[in-house]
Write a new protein. Structure first.
Length: 942
């Protein structure tokens, strides 16, 4: 039989391949075992890892390589190649297995193989020392047994035999052959199998004997550290931890995918030399996210040709079927297959199990492993691939969706039943399920989905479904579309035939509108009236009223009333046994305790709320779960776990944005605050800009976000030394907050207290002592909330600078004891540099001294990042304006629009815009307002 020499080629280590030290150490420790298995899909680096390892073998270790192909499923052919591979182990094994080869050559095709007789001599020869093998090569085939050739007692060398592409070992005869080899091979031989599929070997028995070491996809997947190393090597990028986490999650650590993504990014960099990726962290993060959402063609081809094409045909059709479902389980898929015309094969539980074992295709969505979704990367790759080889008509797809709708209805999942009825274009089904499912949307607060119905549902349904109109009106109110929601309410109330129950629901919506406008007194009155008007069977709407009352009284700092309504909401949620309602009640309770300043009280409800999420699939988790993640991130950030907090926020944001929850703003604000702690103001401004852009896209009234974003910017301006700009905006916000008839929402901190804390910090930095004393007189004595503690810290620093050490340390005592009690260190994480010296001089006799010594990591962590001196206002030279530019800026300072300026100066609108661009560039400003403020600071307006 002619041999293909290419099958024995041992690939050298790739020049630019990442050297995976941890895995190489694992192989080195495991190479004394009889069997090593690397089992993972194509592209997980099995061959590359083995090539690296074998290139570093010791002097008494020999390796041989055999790449299998489908023809090697014939046991006779396999054994022939196996023996010739053994002959390539070392110069001393070139004549090994001669008797076995002769037996194989003499065997007729119809004759069964006698594995024991054929392989026994080969296995015996592998156990011989090198000197005996040398003699063996010179002896005739009919020599006496090898053991009689020499008395050499030296140990035999170690042999490593690699079978690459071992997934062909699926036939029972070949599997039996491998199993026999594992039993017969001497201890100095290790068999290494690199396979894309699970192997039919008795791994349980081998593992019990500690005779096997396995590297699967979870072990071969890139870690975040390895992703960072590869990014730096291939694309010149250094990513922050949250970007690395996102890459790892979306690629499942698949090495080939990660490498191809970075190669594509490097190619983009080569095409655009004007934006060096290696120095622009924001640009590189955006480009990699773009590639994750729109995979390069080479990655799509790799998935289809090297992985997908090697799957059995029935699994290929099954995967294409899965692309039509966001979330699935075996029972759902069986119901869909049975309803198809003609019916499709069932038994999908086994197919899901096979795909789950391969690791690349499915992501489990519950702890029980019943619900799955396609892995995001696989979904994206298949979506961008050519049309599926299985062409289902639109009629067949509608059959699939109708079957899914019926199945979900049988499981009492009315919301999912409605969604699949919509996909099936089943008008009658949609009309029925709207009435059944609308409470579920109210519970989960999926505003985006409800608002999208206005375009998706036919007018015939809108004309007949009053519940749909009410739910749509509620979604408008919660999404901040207050005027549109108010108009809808008035239109519905004008109907003389409206039922009392519907009127009660509209009362809750009116309360939501009043809350959105900041009129909390009216909102409370309307919510209370609506609650008493609603029937008990409308428990979801009753809960909405109680939740509104809890939020409003928390905002008014009437905590006793807020807690009473929250208890009633929790009891109602428990009575209805709705997980989402229980989560929302816990969210309200957490906000209440946060407003009180009870940071440690957040831990138990956070754990309880997040545990409730395990009751339903990850894909079905909605706004309340996203809010809980934000609160958890806030708690972690306060404890110094900033990276973990960023992970939670990046997980929460897609949930909140998907449901159009305005609490998305809180996530962006917290991300900006964390960037401030890391002293990355540019990234903080990026997060604030993203929040501002999102609010504009959603067309949200400015009361929801303008003050919050501006206060966060003011903190950054103070850090940059732009004191005048920060003070101007803080004063404007403080004046707006004194209007008790309009209350903007609180997200994480108390907005009033945050403004006061920043004003106090600013006055201390500007050395305006009289203003400092005035602000200190307005502070609530010894307040324990987060911003209250920040104010206490500023007061302690001021008194310490004034050498009033007794009062300073009294405030510092209170601050440190509260931090010790609440386990919340946020004020220390972003404190002034003078704090380090103040704490270093903290007397040993003070009550918090021992605890402070135990928290030295806080000072060490941030001290090296802090400037040694207080930042001074920016006095950098500014390029002077031309006379025309100065006139344009002066008119802009008067509030004139570009068109009005053009008319006043008798120039074109285009010329005005050009002058304004030059002004912004020269003053390093982002907007007209910033340019005007900076000009005032420079004294240009007299």
């Amino acid at each position: 039989m002619p041999l293909l020499s290419a099958k024995f080629f041992m690939p050298p280590p790739a020049a630019k391949a990442l050297k995976r030290t941890a895995l190489l150490d694992f192989l080195q420790q495991a190479h004394s075992k009889p069997l090593i298995i690397l089992q993972a899909a194509a592209g997980f680096g099995k061959t590359t890892l083995l090539a690296h390892w074998l290139s570093e073998l010791g002097t008494q270790e020999y390796a041989t390589w055999l790449t299998l192909d489908p023809a090697d499923a014939d046991v006779g052919r396999f054994l022939t190649y196996w023996i010739y591979a053994l002959r390539r182990l070392s110069p001393y094994t070139q004549a090994i297995g001669q008797q076995a080869l002769e037996a194989l050559a003499a065997r007729q095709t119809h004759q069964p193989l006698d594995l024991e007789n054929i392989l026994a001599s080969v296995c015996d020869e592998l156990a011989l020392p090198e000197t005996q093998l040398t003699c063996l090569a010179t002896e005739p085939p009919f020599a006496t047994t090898p053991y009689q050739i020499s008395n050499d007692t030296r140990p035999p060398p170690r042999y490593l035999v690699v079978l690459d592409d071992a997934q062909v070992i699926q036939a029972p005869a070949l599997a039996a052959c491998i199993e026999f080899l594992l039993q017969a091979l001497p201890p100095n031989v290790t068999l290494i199998l690199a396979s894309r599929l699970p192997l039919p070997l008795p791994l349980g028995r081998l593992a019990a004997r500690q005779a096997v070491a396995i590297l699967d996809e979870s072990a071969l997947a890139f870690t975040e550290t390895e992703i960072q190393q590869l990014a730096q090597a291939q694309a010149g990028c250094v990513y922050r931890s949250e970007i690395l986490t996102e890459i790892a999650q979306k690629t499942a650590g698949w090495p080939a995918a990660v490498a191809l993504l970075f190669q594509a990014q490097a190619h983009m960099h080569a095409q655009d030399q004007t934006q060096p990726i290696s120095t622009d962290e924001v640009t590189s993060a955006e480009s990699i996210r773009h590639l994750l959402a729109h995979p390069p063609e080479v990655l799509v081809d790799f998935l289809l040709q090297d992985i997908f094409a090697h799957l059995p045909e029935d699994l290929q059709h099954f995967i294409w079927l899965l692309t039509h479902f966001d979330l699935f389980c075996a029972d759902l898929l069986d119901a869909v297959c049975r309803a198809s015309h003609p019916p499709l094969p069932t038994g999908n539980a086994q197919r899901l199990q096979v795909l789950q074992q391969q690791g690349l295709w499915l992501v489990a969505q519950d702890a029980q492993g019943q619900w799955f979704k396609l892995h995001p990367l696989s979904q994206a790759l298949l979506t961008h691939a050519q049309p599926a080889p299985t062409h289902w008509s639109q009629t067949q797809l509608c059959q699939f969706y109708q079957a899914a709708s019926r199945w979900y209805a049988s499981q009492a999942h009315m919301r999912a039943a409605l969604e699949y009825a919509l996909a099936a274009q089943d008008t009658q089904g949609v009309l029925y399920w709207v009435q059944q499912a609308y409470p579920s949307y109210l519970v989960t607060q999926d505003l985006a989905r409800v608002l999208a119905w206005r375009l998706e549902l036919p007018e015939s349904i809108w004309e007949t479904a009053i519940h749909l109109h009410i739910l749509y009106t509620w979604a408008l109110a919660c999404a901040g579309q207050l005027d549109m929601s108010y108009a809808q309410v008035q239109k519905l109330l004008a109907d003389a035939e409206i039922a009392p129950a519907n009127a009660g629901q509209l009362g809750v919506i009116q309360a939501q509108i009043a809350q959105g406008r900041g009129d909390l007194a009216t909102a409370n009155q309307l919510a209370l009236e609506a609650y008493h008007r609603l029937n008990p069977h409308l428990a979801v709407w009753q809960f909405a009223a109680l939740s509104l009352l809890t939020e409003n009284y928390t905002r008014l700092k009437r905590f006793k009333s807020a807690r009473g309504y929250n208890r009633a909401a929790q009891a109602l949620a428990h009575k209805t046994q709705q997980v989402e309602l229980e989560q929302k009640a816990l969210v309200d309770y957490i906000a209440l305790e946060l407003a009180k300043g009870h940071m440690q009280a957040l831990d138990a409800p956070l754990a309880q709320g997040l545990a409730l999420a395990q009751a339903y699939p990850q894909q079905a988790r909605q706004a309340s779960y996203g809010r809980l993640l934000v609160y958890q991130a806030y708690r972690k950030a306060g404890q110094g776990q900033l990276q973990s907090a960023c992970v939670d926020l990046n997980q929460a944001l897609p949930l909140l944005k998907r449901t159009r929850d305005l609490f998305s703003l809180a996530a962006y604000l917290l991300l900006a605050d964390i960037e401030v702690c890391y002293q990355r103001p540019e990234q903080a401004f990026v997060h604030l800009s993203q929040a501002e852009r999102l609010m504009h896209i959603w067309d949200v009234p400015s009361i929801y976000y303008l003050a919050w974003i501006t206060v966060s910017k003011a903190q950054l301006w103070i850090d940059e030394g732009k004191y005048e700009l920060a003070e101007t905006w803080l004063l404007q916000i403080e004046c707006a907050l004194t209007d008790n008839t309009v209350k903007p929402p609180n997200y994480l901190d108390d907005l009033d207290e945050r403004v006061r804390a920043l004003r106090l910090r600013l006055a201390i930095l500007q050395q305006k002592n009289q203003q400092v004393h005035t602000l200190l007189a307005q502070l609530t004595p010894m307040k324990s909330g987060v911003q209250g503690l920040a104010s206490q810290l500023q007061q302690a620093l001021f008194l310490w600078q004034q050498e009033d050490f007794t009062s300073a340390y009294a405030h510092l005592d209170f601050l440190l004891i509260q931090m010790q009690t609440q386990m919340h260190y946020w004020p220390l994480l972003n404190a002034e540099p003078q704090l380090v010296r103040m704490l270093e001089e903290y007397p040993k006799k003070r009550p918090a001294y021992t605890w402070l010594q135990q928290q030295a990591w806080l000072l060490e962590k941030w001290q090296h990042k802090k400037p040694t001196q207080t930042p001074k206002p920016s006095v950098a030279k500014v390029e002077p304006l031309s006379q025309r530019e100065a006139k344009v800026l002066a008119l802009a300072a008067q509030g004139l629009s570009n068109q009005a300026i053009a008319e006043r100066l008798f120039i074109s609108l285009h010329t005005v815009k050009t002058h304004m661009r030059h002004i912004l560039r020269k003053l390093d400003a982002r907007s007209r307002m910033q340019a005007v403020q900076k000009a005032r600071v420079l004294g240009w307006f007299q």
